[in-house]
Design a protein around this ligand. Structure first.
Ligand code: AMP
Length: 192
């Protein structure tokens, strides 16, 4: 099984590259951001609880996110593997994911971190705000908050995966195809 974490700040290109990787390696895509937006669109209680955090650019509480992942993993047991996109975002989430995977005889193969400069991230997100209509991509102060939350709460995960020899840095700039090529080269070095 190939279980990948696509890691990086908001606007690093995780969603775009996840679409490519699931197609190439026939994997399941688990994006907590997409799952949460779906819950909001369906007007569920979970969506309502998550919305107030998402609108301000804060992380949704671990208990909500971990519960969602558990349901999703148990549903798709037949998959070739998974691309986790936007998850885990805290050390508590990473530990829960490791536990959940090992309970099911699986493990993370590698954490691929897309590196992009802050100015380019902001430009990309503002552009996506126009094309997608996502409210959290339309306001520079919310975007800056998300980048700050990433730096404080999510970046420490690099050390978590480095300690397991599963951290891989990938240049996230240039064309979508070039970045995809870099990811494939990295994935080809992973033991699955
Ligand atoms: P994304 O689509 O990954 O950029 O996520 C959009 C927003 O959803 C984030 O700013 C968070 O508020 C929330 N979110 C998504 N994934 C997570 C996660 N793993 N943990 C906590 N909050 C999350």
């Amino acid at each position: 099984m190939l279980n990948l974490i696509l890691f990086g700040p908001p606007g690093a290109g995780k969603g775009t590259q996840a679409d490519f990787l699931i197609e190439k390696f026939k994997l399941n895509h688990i994006s907590t951001g997409n799952l949460l937006r779906r819950q909001i669109a369906s007007g569920t209680e979970l969506g309502l609880a998550a919305k107030s955090y998402m609108d301000k650019g804060f992380l949704v509480p671990d208990s909500i996110v971990i519960g969602m992942i558990r349901t999703k993993l148990l549903k798709n047991k037949e998959a070739n593997g998974y691309v986790f996109d936007g998850f885990p975002r805290t050390v508590a989430q990473a530990k829960s994911l490791d536990d959940l995977l090992s309970e099911n005889g699986m493990a993370i193969s590698g954490m691929l971190c897309l590196e992009v400069e802050k100015k380019e991230l902001i430009d990309r997100l503002l552009y996506r705000g126009i094309t997608s209509g996502r409210p959290d991509d339309q306001d520079v102060s919310i975007i800056e908050n998300r980048i700050q939350v990433y730096t404080e709460k999510t970046m420490p995960l690099k050390d978590y995966y480095k300690a397991q020899n599963k951290y891989y840095r990938v240049d996230g700039t240039g064309s979508v195809e070039k970045i995809a090529q870099r990811l494939i080269e990295t994935i080809s070095t992973l033991g699955t």
